[in-house]
Design a protein around this ligand. Structure first.
Ligand code: UDP
Length: 375
């Protein structure tokens, strides 16, 4: 082992973490100052595998702690134990984690308790409500507390860290999702790609259509049902809906039960990231409860309805085509009608910089090298 190099562990458990850590990983492995190891908890494994494959990212260690019906408690205790044991045998100058998942929390606590510095990518996001989203709001607060380096995407997230007394070693870098969106849009899309075939199969090029995703725990049950009712109404009005359905049974079963028989509604399996972005950029409207998609839609200027009561990304609300509406079906329907009547013919090749300018991963790499090189 070359002791002069900065040893970095890039560790993650879920799809959004892979997507947002990838641009940093890609830069680190090309830089001779760093020695990089990647490890995953192997949770949500189908979505994770598909995303890793799409990015051609071959991970060094997969701890495969995925179990059926695992609780947050299981994910936390398993990732804490497994990474704790791993850090006992393997030392790193820094462990990079992303966001607010329970796996990121377990990994951070394991690293911190073994005396390894934690670098938190996407630090400082706050909804101000411990139960919305749960347990993500508490996860991210705790991760920020145990992190040496806090990479805040925006001034707002930096100001949250400052308010909590965590300004030291906090940096505004932009969000790495913008790096990913730019990189993905640069790739040529050929006519045989999954996304080109889907667009053709659904004949949605010439028609107004809506891209939908739903997956948050707070939405399960009645709130999700109410969102699905609004989608049925929109389909009845003649809008096409493309809905990659999250594999969580709380989502999948209800979505199939309510939406599977309408000819304007296309329920599909989740898509590989690059195909998904190439579909997303053509959508006339997005209806989602996803965190990452709020940033992607803002970056691509896509009209957006957020089916949540609070957002930890209030920056999106400064945009005139973004509405935070909760799960009330009438509000969703009215807002969707309004946005669809207003915005025509999307073709988005340029990027809005509200969440960063595409240089977040380079900034993070430079901060790590200048802070750790002399150690
Ligand atoms: N995504 C994807 N394929 C899909 C649906 C979403 O690659 O079929 C991506 C999407 O572009 C975004 C991320 O998954 O970057 C969001 O993940 P999710 O909504 O599961 O998590 P959150 O962002 O809410 O933490």
């Amino acid at each position: 082992m070359d002791t002069q190099k900065i040893r970095v562990l890039v560790a993650f458990g879920t799809r959004p973490e892979v997507i947002k850590l990838y641009p940093i990983y890609e830069k680190l492995i090309r830089d001779i100052r760093f020695e990089v190891v990647t490890a995953t908890t192997g949770q949500h494994s189908d979505l994770l595998e598909m995303t890793l494959e799409d990015l051609k990212w071959s991970v060094d260690i997969n701890f495969a702690i995925m179990t059926n019906n695992q609780s947050n408690y299981d994910v936390l205790s398993n990732s804490l134990t497994i990474f704790g044991d791993f850090f006992n045998e393997n030392s790193f100058d820094v462990c990079l984690v992303h966001g607010d998942t329970t796996s990121a929390l377990g990994i951070s606590l394991a690293a911190h308790s073994r005396g390894i510095k934690v670098g938190h990518v996407e630090a400082g996001l706050r909804s101000g409500n411990l139960m919305q989203p749960w347990p993500e709001e508490s996860n991210r607060r705790i991760i920020d507390i145990v992190s040496t380096f806090k990479f805040a995407p925006t001034e707002f997230s930096f100001s949250n860290l400052k308010k909590e007394g965590l300004a030291e070693n906090s940096f505004i870098t932009g969000n790495t999702i913008v790096d990913m969106v730019i990189k993905t849009l640069e790739r040529e899309v050929d006519s045989n790609s999954v996304e080109s075939k889907l667009m053709e199969e659904f004949s949605i090029k010439s028609q107004k259509w809506i891209l939908v995703t739903q997956h948050r725990r707070e939405s399960f049950g009645a709130p999700l049902r109410s969102v699905l009712d609004a989608l049925l109404d929109l389909a009845n009005l003649g809008f096409a809906i493309v809905f990659p359905v999250h594999p969580n049974p709380n989502v999948k079963n209800l979505v199939n039960e309510v939406l599977s028989h309408h000819s304007n509604i296309h329920l599909i399996d989740p898509l590989p990231y690059s195909s998904f972005v190439n579909i997303l950029k053509n959508a006339n409207l997005v209806i989602t409860d996803s965190g990452g998609m709020q940033e992607e839609c803002a970056a691509l200027n896509i009209p957006l309805i957020i089916t949540r009561n609070v957002t930890e990304r209030p920056e999106v609300q400064s945009m005139d085509n973004v509405y935070l509406v909760g799960s009330d079906s009438t509000k969703i329907l009215d807002t969707a009608n309004f946005l669809l009547s207003k915005h025509l013919n999307p073709l988005r090749e340029s990027v809005n910089f509200i969440f960063g300018d595409g240089t977040a991963s380079q900034k993070i790499l430079e901060i790590l090298s200048s802070s750790l090189e002399s150690n």
